[in-house]
Design a protein. Structure first.
Length: 100
């Protein structure tokens, strides 16, 4: 079984609720520069395309993004770079405990 097939299988298992939350994590990102619905859609689309991101919530009101991801992927550096690539500034990126 190749790596891509294994990743898809793991995502299906997690989404089905079979794998304990210890294999997933929640990342909270405070974002500077989010001002409109287009900003929200831009960030949602950017993170939804990232491998290992299971769920994306973007709050314009709170200027935050919350990601549910696999345990070790994507890296915090990759998340930071995605925010920068979308044209925003990541103020803080934190891994939250027991959020899934």
């Amino acid at each position: 079984m190749d790596n891509a097939h294994m990743m898809r299988l793991l995502l299906v298992i997690i989404l089905a609720g079979i794998v304990p939350s210890a294999l997933a994590r929640t990342i909270a990102i405070e974002v500077h520069g989010m001002t409109c619905a287009f900003c929200v859609e831009n960030l949602h689309h950017k993170f939804s395309k990232m491998p290992a991101v299971l769920k994306v919530d973007v709050s314009l009101k709170h200027k935050k993004v919350r990601l549910q991801t696999l345990e070790d992927a994507p890296s915090l550096q990759a998340i930071k770079q995605s925010v920068l690539d979308a044209g925003f500034t990541p103020i803080s990126i934190k891994e939250l405990a027991d959020e899934l």
